[in-house]
Write a protein that binds this ligand. Structure first.
Ligand code: SF4
Length: 343
């Protein structure tokens, strides 16, 4: 197994509010290997976008990164000065936000924006920058006439392709994608994600894909981490989620037979007509999350202990971890203890 290109260790992010600190990301760890797509999934307000943005330290006040490390090829971004971080942003790790219209300057043509982005990272020769801008559009299958357009003259899908082209301009090793296709219709969404897959195979970058879209995650990701109320509750290879996820919340999200509410909330074109159902309840306020397991007020399998004791992450298999008092441990990763007096 290759070493991770991105290794997030015990990252915590708080928001400073008049009611005190709100722990929006609470002791989260995850890894991203070269060339893989790691999906970060959960309901709105679970902290997944805050986590993605904090990796590049693009969050402003009232957010405060209160602990942890973000190691990019072994170097901690959290310990870098602003100047050092400038040499990493867009060059080695880039981010694509949900709303391309907000990420683009409405009063500049696309070519100027691409050229400005390249100039900000050292491509000062105007002719070279212009030629590279054309190639960036080719890369994301956009016609060159887009160069002379303003953002409002493009469709939502075209704008998102421009933003992806901009993010890939300096060929980063890691691309953070924060709900990149949520605002697009499903056909355009599929086209853009296919395009992204092709680029990833050609260029070799890794993707952290943030989304609440469960079928999309199962289709597009190599690994998935499920977040709930600021914490990762289960993380593992996508096959673990297609088969039998361990955590009751992951089961809810990913369609276990006893709790298919969230999948049932997606209308299907095939099969019998059913009434869509949503997962009951909502994630807790992070101002005052429930004690013990934060999912216990909604959990159909909750035990008395769940109300008082937060479950610790349990390693279920290589690279597959769940934090639940019911999580079993079928595979011991520790070497067996020697009780025969040898060695
Ligand atoms: Fe449910 Fe308890 Fe597991 Fe939390 S720890 S998910 S409440 S069974």
């Amino acid at each position: 197994m290759s070493a991770p290109v991105l290794d997030v260790r015990n990252l915590s992010v708080d928001y400073v509010s008049t009611q005190g600190l709100v722990h929006v990301v609470d002791d989260v760890s995850l890894t991203l290997r070269r060339g893989e797509v790691h999906g970060l999934v959960g309901e709105s307000g679970c902290g997944k976008s805050t986590l993605a943005r904090s990796l590049l330290r693009v969050l402003g006040p009232p957010a405060v990164i209160s602990g942890g490390q973000v190691l990019l090829e072994g170097v901690d971004l959290m310990a870098m000065s602003a100047r050092q971080l400038d040499a990493v942003r867009w060059v080695r790790m880039a981010i694509v936000f949900q709303g391309a219209i907000d990420a683009l300057n409405p009063v500049l043509r696309i070519e100027e924006q691409l050229v400005d982005a390249l100039a900000a990272h050292g491509v000062r020769d105007a002719h070279e920058a212009s030629e590279r801008a054309k190639k960036l559009l080719d890369r994301v299958s956009l016609p060159r006439r887009v160069l002379t357009a303003y953002p409002h003259e493009l469709s939502g899908g075209m704008r998102q392709r421009v933003v992806i082209a901009m993010a890939l301009a300096l060929e980063p090793q890691v691309l953070l994608m924060d709900e990149p296709t949520t605002a697009l219709d499903v056909v355009v969404q599929a086209e853009i994600l296919d395009e992204l897959d092709r680029l990833r195979r050609d260029m070799g970058f890794a993707v952290l894909l943030v989304s609440h879209d469960l079928p999309l995650m199962l289709e597009r990701c190599d690994r998935i981490s499920v977040m709930y109320a600021g914490r990762v509750v289960e993380s593992g290879p996508v096959d673990a989620f297609r088969g039998l996820p361990s955590h009751p919340y992951a089961k809810h999200l990913l369609g276990h037979p006893y709790a298919q509410h969230l999948l049932q909330s997606f209308p299907r074109l095939d099969g019998p007509r059913t009434i869509s159902r949503a997962l009951e309840g909502s994630p807790p306020s992070l101002h005052a999350p429930p004690p013990g397991c934060r999912f216990h007020p909604r959990c159909p399998a909750a035990l008395p202990v769940c109300k008082v004791e937060a479950p610790k992450p349990t390693e279920l298999a290589v690279d597959h971890v769940a934090a639940c008092h019911l999580a079993t441990q079928p595979l011991s990763l520790a070497p067996p203890e020697r009780g025969d007096g040898q060695g």
